[in-house]
Design a protein around this ligand. Sequence first.
Ligand code: XMP
Length: 530
Amino acid sequence: PVLVVDFGAQYAQLIARRVREAQVYSEIVPHTASTQDILAKDPRAIILSGGPSSVYADGAPRLDPALLEAGVPVLGLCYGFQAMAAALDGTVSPTGVREYGATRLEAVDAASELLHEQDIDQNVWMSHGDSVTEAPSGFSVVATSSASPVAAFEDPDKHLYGVQWHPEVGHSDRGQEVLENFLYQGAGIAPEWTTGSVIDEQVARVREQIGEGTAICGLSGGVDSAVAAALVQKAIGDRLTCVYVDHGLMRLNESEQIEKAFGESTGGAKLVVVDTEEQFLTALEGVTDPEQKRKIIGREFIRTFERAQADILRERGVIEGEGSQAHTSAEGGTKTFLVQGTLYPDVVESGGGEGAANIKSHHNVGGLPDDLSFELVEPLRTLFKDEVRAVGAELGLPDGIVWRQPFPGPGLGIRIIGEVTRERLDVLRRADAIAREEMKAAGLDREIWQCPVVLLADVRSVGVQGDGRTYGHPIMLRPVTSDDAMTADWAKLPYEVLGRISTRITNEVAEVNRVAVDITSKPPGTIEWE
Ligand code: XMP
């Protein structure tokens, strides 16, 4: 892989994505990784990310000069660029001049390998206080700006390169070219990492991991679990069983759609649908506290999933007996795996740990034997969300699944403010279906991140519909734009679309006499109301 050394801040993931956009596989390693560990990964090239520190600050992350002498091509960006200069014999000085934002270069050497045929007619995105004032010996300075006497340098013979700016951000006009020049020319890597190669590789890995074993996958209806299941299905065929827990908190016709789309697209993967509406609604009776709702839904979900698992394993002869008498059968000894749609950002954020964790099932609630543990299969753990979508599309999953907007596991249970009842779910489902239909018709599906539709079930207001007074409930629309759901902005939906949604909901859903739009960003508001 190409390794991106993460010097902090938020840049490393973006760099890794840009490298992958150049069709070269990349992974992120923390700056605390030793040179030995980094080289043990046999990197084809290394990119040093930006970071918030000053290279001379106490406790600033250091760059081991040995990493620059290993013969591996290196590109330093921003902090990484300064760290390179400091690790060699260059000079980094606090010049007192900050460059921030879109900046113009003063000179560019078009003969440079890194900045091949580039000139000053471009914006580069800068964010730094210190500057490299002298390049290390053997390096040529290939760009300058008013605050950076050395804005880019290179030593092509040693395959070492660096730029002060952030080529990975969209505001650097020719940034992707800089990265590609480094990867293709500087490091001599061919662009071969494609969706097709990812599928082949993951299918081979899954086959190797599971061997003759069997696997179970919980489907949520979202893109991640669906793509993970489709990959595993491609690898081991009908030794995979998918379980979909229909908890009665889904939107209108959603369960049927998921069932149908999944069955069609994976060439008839085995799918067990467990209808547990009664069980969930009973468990939620009288509950209004959001956290309590979430806990109850989570608990019932695990119980149901494990019951389904146990049934499947019993059917296959992997376990025998019921409840506390259950035990692993002597004959059914082949291993059972649990498929999960874990994505790369989760892996990076949890420390980038290697290898599949062995999770013990919750035997106390599921009636599974103590000695049965599952090994995780996570075929998406190297991928970003947009890559997962591309894989899903290539595997033939329908658009409705590939481009499905995020929908929370607890479903409509956390979109009814107040107690969850069958009647209220029915009201919310009808209103939500109208809102989604209108947004889809207006072509807004991919523009907005998601739009929770919320029923304020304990709030009533007076209205007039037809000739009569009404005393109904408000519906709250919560359309947001976002990149990762960590932060979000309220989406400025066109007034005509909002108007149509409002008119239709108040006309067609008798229990609702008011429609409001939530115009709060996140933070301070969360995307969901509960
Ligand atoms: P919040 O409300 O925290 O939501 O801003 C962020 C994103 O996460 C989704 N969400 C959930 N997804 N289980 C899920 O699978 C949950 O319990 C859950 N709660 C919130 C939410 O829809 C948004 O995309």
